[in-house]
Design a protein around this ligand. Structure first.
Ligand code: TYR
Length: 179
C-alpha cells in the first residue's frame, strides 16, 4: 500500500497520501474529510482486506487524517522527504480515480469554502484536475512530499483546479515522520 492507492471504508473510496511512522508503528496520511465517517479502512471495494483504523482526523479547518496499519501482512512503501511548495513549482499528484496528473502551484495559504461541509485554510492551489475518490492522494515534486488532495473544481475531462493540505503541517500535528 502506498501513495495514490485506493482505500475503502463505509462504502466510500479515497486515496492514500503518504506512509508515515512513529517509532515502529506504521500509518498513512489521507484527507480528513475522507475519514470523518470512516472507522476502518480496507484495500478493496468489497471491504474484506482490512488495513486498520482511523486514529485521528481534522476537518474542516484542516484536511488531514492518520490511519494505522493494523494488518501486519500489508507492505507500506516510502521514499519521500517532506518539503514546502513554492508558487510556480511544477508538481504532480496521484489518486485512485484519475491517476497521475501534473501542473503548477498557483498560490499558497489559500482558504477554501466547500459547499455544505466547511472551510479549510492554508491550502496549496494547483492547476491540476482531480475527481471524486482522488481525495487524500499525494502531491509531490520528485521525491519531495508536499500535500494531500483536499478538493477542487472541474474534472479531468475539461480541466480543473485543486487544493492540497500541506503535508508538513499534518506531520507536525500528529508527531509522525515521513519515509
Ligand atoms: N474532494 C474529492 C474527494 O473527496 C476530490 C475532488 C477533487 C473532487 C477535485 C472534485 C474535484 O474537482 O474525493
Amino acid at each position: 500500500v502506498g501513495p495514490g492507492d485506493a482505500i475503502y471504508g463505509s462504502g466510500y473510496r479515497c486515496s492514500v497520501g503518504f506512509n508515515v511512522r512513529s517509532g515502529g508503528t506504521h500509518y498513512f496520511l489521507t484527507a480528513g474529510h475522507c475519514a470523518e465517517d470512516v472507522g476502518t479502512w480496507y484495500t478493496n471495494s468489497g471491504e474484506t482486506t482490512r488495513i486498520g483504523p482511523t486514529v485521528k482526523s481534522s476537518f474542516p479547518g484542516n484536511d488531514y487524517a492518520l490511519v494505522r496499519y493494523a494488518n501486519t501482512s500489508l507492505t507500506h512503501s516510502g521514499g519521500y522527504t517532506v518539503g514546502n511548495a513554492k508558487v510556480g513549482q511544477r508538481v504532480t499528484r496521484d489518486g485512485s480515480s484519475t491517476g497521475v496528473h501534473s501542473g503548477r502551484v498557483e498560490a499558497l495559504d489559500v482558504s477554501v469554502r466547500y459547499r455544505g461541509s466547511g472551510t479549510v485554510r492554508g491550502m496549496i492551489q494547483a492547476d491540476i484536475c482531480a475527481e471524486s475518490g482522488d481525495s487524500g492522494g499525494p502531491l509531490y515534486a520528485g521525491s519531495t512530499a508536499l500535500g494531500i488532495t483536499s478538493g477542487g473544481t472541474g474534472d479531468c475531462s475539461s480541466g480543473g483546479t485543486t487544493f492540497y493540505q500541506p503535508v508538513r503541517e499534518a506531520l507536525r500535528a500528529y508527531d509522525v515522520n515521513i519515509y
